[in-house]
Design a protein around this ligand. Structure first.
Ligand SMILES: Nc1nc2c(c(=O)[nH]1)N[C@H]1C(S)=C(S)[C@@H](COP(=O)(O)OP(=O)(O)OC[C@H]3O[C@@H](n4cnc5c(=O)[nH]c(N)nc54)[C@H](O)[C@@H]3O)O[C@H]1N2
Ligand SMILES: Nc1nc2c(c(=O)[nH]1)N[C@H]1C(S)=C(S)[C@@H](COP(=O)(O)OP(=O)(O)OC[C@H]3O[C@@H](n4cnc5c(=O)[nH]c(N)nc54)[C@H](O)[C@@H]3O)O[C@H]1N2
Ligand code: SF4
Ligand SMILES: [Mo]
Length: 725
């Protein structure tokens, strides 16, 4: 008998509605859910292929142990946990907790039950060498929010449903489906802005898929975003568009910012941005004149030399134009599961409270930048990382100078990976612990509600049952924490109490926690039987979740600083502004050739390339080169080039196209699967190269130390002719 189960896709923030047809615990079909009130039938190719990951014969099903010959063989769960516990405890005893490094990756951001266990495991280990994928995309956003609003997770989100002017910088939502903004079916929403008579402008070194849907596209030099945004602010001030009384009513420190803006006249930033002054002035004026406008920046803006300053400037431009907290502007979500409150309760809301051992890079929200991993493993001395725990991450392909990390992992005394594949990173592990994967687990996106302007919560059931010998991520992570003396909450006294309760038969389960968070949250029933508030049972009873209405306009209710004001003039931000002003004096018109990345609809960072339908067709891992740069380097379309950076030189296939701006070349990230070909046949047959072999682990953003993944200086030359057979 066919059973149809509805579920939100757990692969990205959008959470599109899927319909699964299930027969005898087997998924026989996956379809878009036309009745889903949020995605309304939209699904991307990754969502359509989700069952292929579940059924992938290459997916790891049982714990693996690497033998002396380098081959993996299956072992039992108890044996695996005992081995990992014993080795990690021994290393901690001999060298202290910081000798165990930790990295967790992107998929965990979409697993409430797994994410809740991260604090438990890190707390149990006791290490400060905790890193994550967030330091490749989110840290400047978190730090900007920490400075401005007093909380790393108070995140403004563009109100695209009501805007009439969308200035989209360093983001490609038509492919990524939106980051730090839950916007199912971005394409339809962009079309609607234009149909309402509004305007969409993209600012990007590449003419992107989003640019194709926009009214105007402006090429920008990689790394030019902070200068560009400060120039927009300069124009707003110059034109008398800034209501200083309105700013002063909500924010402190405007005068310190205002004084520094003199250095950012559009004419002064043309070399840094590659944009002429007249265009900058026009864009600022159009934005200010629009009935409702919003400036939005994401990963392309975050991932460069002044990412925090640029993200901060994004919010300040919206504030200065009266668009922060305004309908059609940048609004603040009021999530039923309030991540901002959780980071405060968990002691995570902060920045630069400690620093990395070797280079002194700061933590943000308890994570150190992942770019430190190789040097922390290689550099001897107290606090050297000697063992690694990775969960749902593939840092060899996702952090800069991946080859260096690849070699460093080889030198570890011990490594354990919680992952569903043997890949470029996990192949170095002594033990791999595979979860049952998402479709055999329940789902409620922990991040989505925090970046959605609909106040919405949804819970989705497992699609297929978890087998008796399978474990969910949370169970594996919790067990690791227990091996290291911890428990489910990561708080010593509570965990001690729970250990007593466990002896009396009580069992931790993440749905109990979720129920508690719903009930005690802003919309919860507070355990009062007569309350109309939500709890897990009421959320479960609505297959599309519960929509609690739109977020309120305004800013003040989301500010967490004690004085209730936005803080514009914090020391690190002002110092970054001063540093950028000095750099502008030396910015030259003849900048070097630089490398940027890109995302594609059928890739999900570094994985899902083992799904045949997602890698079929023409080769995608190619270097985009502008015709002028190709001519200068003597390259031809469909030929090969040697691409060289400070850390790496190797051959890449070339596509000559004017979709990329002159002086910039682009390779997608997440490829380079040759090393994993033995365990992932399909990905190995479409290996490609990893852009992060060329990116540089030693150049980092100035406030938070995030990796600079875009704007890497490179050179190009034709590849030597290959002898024909
Ligand atoms: N040059 C360049 N580099 C980049 C970027 C860029 O734009 N340019 N983008 C950066 C960004 S934004 C990010 S988020 C990072 C991503 O960096 P990572 O998070 O390190 O990389 P992913 O490819 O998302 O790795 C996901 C891993 O989790 C495993 N996995 C999948 N599902 C599950 C699950 O349910 N449980 C467990 N335990 N494992 C699972 C997969 O097999 C894979 O090993 O990459 C960054 N790197
Ligand atoms: N299909 C698909 N969807 C995804 C992912 C995926 O791998 N595949 N990954 C998910 C993840 S983890 C994330 S974080 C989000 C990210 O989602 P987005 O923030 O939308 O990121 P990208 O799609 O990488 O778009 C970044 C854009 O910045 C441009 N860019 C590069 N350097 C600069 C610069 O210096 N300045 C400016 N202005 N632009 C620059 C690039 O050309 C690119 O078009 O996407 C998520 N969604
Ligand atoms: S955009 Fe694709 S990957 Fe993201 S939730 Fe929708 S179907 Fe899933
Ligand atoms: Mo990301």
């Amino acid at each position: 008998m066919t059973n149809t189960v509805l579920r939100a896709c757990h692969l990205c923030e959008a959470g599109c509605g899927l319909r699964f047809d299930v027969e005898d615990d087997r998924i026989v079909a996956v379809r878009p859910d036309d009745d889903d009130p949020h995605s309304r039938g939209y699904v991307c190719p990754k969502g359509m292929a989700i069952a292929e990951v579940h059924d992938d014969p290459d997916r790891v099903r049982r714990p693996l142990r690497r033998g002396p010959d380098g081959r993996f063989h299956e072992i039992g769960w108890e044996e695996a946990f005992a081995l990992v516990g014993e080795r990690l405890r021994a290393i901690r005893r001999a060298h202290g907790p910081d000798a165990i490094g930790f990295y967790y990756g992107n998929p965990l951001a979409h697993s409430y039950s797994g994410l809740m266990m991260v604090g438990a495991l890190v707390g149990a280990i006791g290490t400060r060498n905790r890193t994550s994928a967030s330091s490749q995309d989110g840290t400047p956003r978190f730090a900007a929010s920490h400075h401005l609003y007093g909380n790393t997770l108070v995140l403004p989100v563009p109100d695209l449903e009501h805007t009439s002017y969308f200035l989209c910088i360093g983001a490609n939502p038509a492919v990524s489906q939106g980051s730090v903004m839950v916007t199912p079916n971005v394409r339809a929403i962009l079309r609607a802005i234009k149909e309402r008579g509004g305007k969409v402008v993209t600012v990007d070194p590449r003419f992107t898929e989003t640019a194709r849907l926009a009214d105007e596209h402006v090429f920008i030099r990689p790394g030019g975003d902070a200068a560009f945004l400060l120039a927009l602010l300069h124009v707003l001030v110059d034109d008398g568009r800034v209501d200083r009384d309105a700013v002063a009513a909500i924010a402190t420190g405007w005068d310190d910012v205002h004084r520094r803006l003199a250095a950012f006249a559009p004419e002064r930033v043309t070399a840094a941005t590659g944009i002429d002054a007249a265009t900058m002035r026009r864009l600022a004026r159009e934005f200010a004149a629009a009935s409702a406008g919003v400036v939005y920046t994401r990963v392309g803006t975050c991932n460069n030399a002044h990412g925090t300053l640029a993200t901060w400037a994004n919010d300040v431009v919206n504030l200065a134009a009266g668009r922060l907290g305004a309908p059609g502007g940048a609004m603040f979500p009021e999530p039923p599961l309030d991540a901002a409150a959780f980071v405060e309760m968990g002691g995570m809301n902060g920045h630069a409270r400690w620093r990395s051992r070797v280079r002194g890079l700061p933590e943000t929200q308890c994570d150190l930048p992942a770019t430190i991993l190789a040097e922390e493993i290689e550099t001897p001395g107290p606090g050297q990382i000697r063992a690694m725990v990775t969960v749902a991450g593939n840092p060899v392909l996702s952090v800069p100078n991946g080859r260096r990390l690849d070699r460093a992992l080889d030198g570890l005394e011990f490594m354990v990976a919680v992952d569903v594949y043997v890949n470029e990173t996990t192949r170095h592990a002594d033990v791999i612990l595979p979860p049952c994967w998402g479709l055999a687990d329940d789902h409620s996106d922990p991040v989505g509600p925090a970046v959605s302007l609909r106040r919405h919560v949804r819970w989705s059931p497992p699609i297929v049952p978890k087998q008796a010998d399978e474990r969910a991520d949370w169970e594996i992570i919790l067990r690791l924490a227990e091996e290291l003396g911890g428990g489910p909450t990561g708080m010593r006294w509570i965990d001690a109490g729970l250990r007593v309760a466990k002896r009396l038969g009580w069992r931790y389960h993440p749905t109990r926690m979720l129920d508690m968070l719903f009930r005690l949250g802003p919309d919860g029933d507070r355990y009062l039987p007569w309350s109309k508030g939500i709890n897990l049972a009421t959320v479960q009873a609505s297959p599309y979740g519960i929509d609690l209405g739109p977020a309120r306009p305004g800013v003040r209710h989301r500010i967490r600083h004690r004085d209730g004001r936005i803080h514009l003039a914090t020391a690190p931000i002002l110092a970054s502004m001063d540093a950028l002003a000095r750099e502008l004096d030396t910015a030259s018109e003849t900048a070097p050739l630089v490398l940027i990345g890109r995302r594609e609809l059928r890739s999900n960072n570094s994985w899902m390339h083992n799904v045949a339908s997602l890698v079929a067709g023409r080769e995608r891992c190619v270097l985009l080169v502008h015709p002028t740069d190709a001519a200068r380097a003597g390259l031809r379309d469909s030929g090969r080039a040697v691409l060289e950076s400070r850390v790496h030189a190797a051959e890449v296939p070339v596509r000559v196209t004017d979709e990329i701006m002159p002086g910039v070349v682009s390779l997608p990230h997440g490829w380079g699967h040759a090393a994993a070909a033995a365990w992932q046949g399909v990905a190995g047959a479409h290996a490609g190269v990893s852009v992060n072999d060329w990116t540089d682990d030693q150049r980092v953003e100035d406030v938070v130390g995030q990796s600079i993944l875009n704007g890497v200086p490179v050179s190009l030359r034709p590849a030597p002719e290959r002898p024909t057979a």
